[in-house]
Write a protein that binds this ligand. Structure first.
Ligand code: SF4
Length: 383
């Protein structure tokens, strides 16, 4: 039975820390590998937290430190940032508080301090347990650190851990992909986010592939890895609750689930996005300009008011990626019965092709359909 899609009084905060030790070849997030502006950046993010305190009126149910690499922050830097967030916002005492971490930043003292600060969920950027694969990606950590950091986190008492894995790289054979997933299962990880390696324009990876310095990715291999993954994690008792996310029952990420169900959120820091149900806004993706504006008490962002079409299309896109699927009842309640008629008309084709199921007033992608989720969703868009 599908979970109801309701706008309840909850909200989330995302804090973007735009610094990394090393540039991973594939990455197109906003980050810098020079850290001389770190203190000014943290002062600016704190100021933004104060200036934006009225953006959300709801109780904060999730706080997420992302980036970049927030685990680079010293304990005292993170503690001071958290203090401002707690002072300016009404945080639920049971809020999910996540920090994105890289394996090479793990230290016993740091783990203890994170817990004291209130962090209760670790998102670890493992990406692979295979050395050749990590080298190909230009990750800052090695295979041993990938393994050790999870053991350290567990020993420190973290029981809510998610790891990221990347598949479909030229250096990852089917056998090595299986070993990666088996390794995660043997370490008793309850939540795994898996992404096909995409070659984004203007990344080091795109350039090196163009110059024939690195082998290109193979879309057939990526589709095969994804299909294998669905089988392995399904057999291991994981729910495939969103296209890229798998978890043991009851272990969904609250923060990401809220994004997918249209909950309001505030993004702090350069390049961070915010959403309040009516409009979306995104901060400037430039560290120096972000700092300069905040020094003048201005939050530098662009804003887009969402049209009805944008909202329904966004709902189609995000809901089809989830295991509950698209709720026709919700579409009818929010946008009218005629929209349901139009969606069902177009949905007949993927249903007949075996890519989609029509169950209990919901449209749900099958495993075959998940391989082409974006295309199926865009066919249902209203223009
Ligand atoms: S650590 Fe994360 S944010 Fe930083 S370059 Fe690598 S993938 Fe990108």
């Amino acid at each position: 039975m599908a979970e109801p899609f309701t706008f309840v009084a909850m909200a989330g905060i995302y804090i973007h820390i735009p610094f990394c030790k090393k540039a991973c070849h594939y990455c197109n997030f906003h980050f810098s590998t020079t850290h001389h502006q770190m203190e000014q950046m943290l002062a600016s993010i704190k100021k933004e937290a104060i200036l934006q305190k009225n953006y959300l009126s709801e109780t904060i149910e999730t706080v997420y430190f992302g980036g970049g690499t927030p685990s680079l922050l010293s304990v005292s830097q993170l503690e001071k940032l958290m203090c401002v967030i707690k002072a300016e916002y009404k945080i639920n005492p049971n809020a999910e508080i996540t920090i994105e971490t890289n394996p090479d930043d793990f230290e016993e003292d740091k783990l203890e301090a994170w817990k004291k600060i209130g962090i209760n969920r670790l998102s670890i950027g493992i990406q692979s347990f295979v050395e050749a694969d990590l080298l190909w990606m230009n990750r800052a950590h090695n295979a041993l650190q990938a393994d050790t950091c999870i053991r350290m986190a567990k020993a420190a008492g973290f029981d809510n851990i998610t790891i990221d894995l990347i598949y479909g790289t030229p250096t990852l054979s089917d056998e090595a992909w299986k070993e990666n997933v088996e390794k995660a299962l043997s370490l008793e990880i309850d939540h795994i986010s898996c992404y096909a390696l995409t070659v984004e324009p203007k990344t080091g990876l795109a350039k090196m592939i163009q110059q024939n310095k690195l082998e290109d990715v193979d879309p057939d291999k990526q589709a095969r890895h994804f299909s294998l993954l669905m089988g392995w994690l399904g057999d291991a008792g994981f729910d495939h609750y969103e296209i890229s996310n798998f978890c043991k029952p009851g272990k969904k990420s609250k923060h990401n689930s809220n994004y997918w169900s249209g909950v309001d959120y505030l993004g702090l820091g350069p390049s961070a996005h915010s959403f309040n149900g009516k409009s979306r806004q995104w901060n400037i993706a430039n560290n120096a300009l972000y700092i300069k504006n905040l020094e003048e008490d201005q939050v530098p962002f662009e804003l887009e008011e969402l049209t009805d079409f944008q909202r329904i299309n966004e709902y189609i896109m995000t809901s089809l990626r989830t295991m509950e699927g698209l709720s026709l009842e919700l579409i009818s309640n929010k946008w009218g019965e005629q929209k349901v008629v139009e969606i069902l008309k177009i949905a007949q084709k993927p249903i007949l092709q075996g890519f989609m199921l029509h169950q209990n007033q919901n449209l749900i992608l099958t495993n075959e359909g998940k391989l082409m989720a974006d295309g199926i969703a865009s066919d249902l868009f209203f223009i």
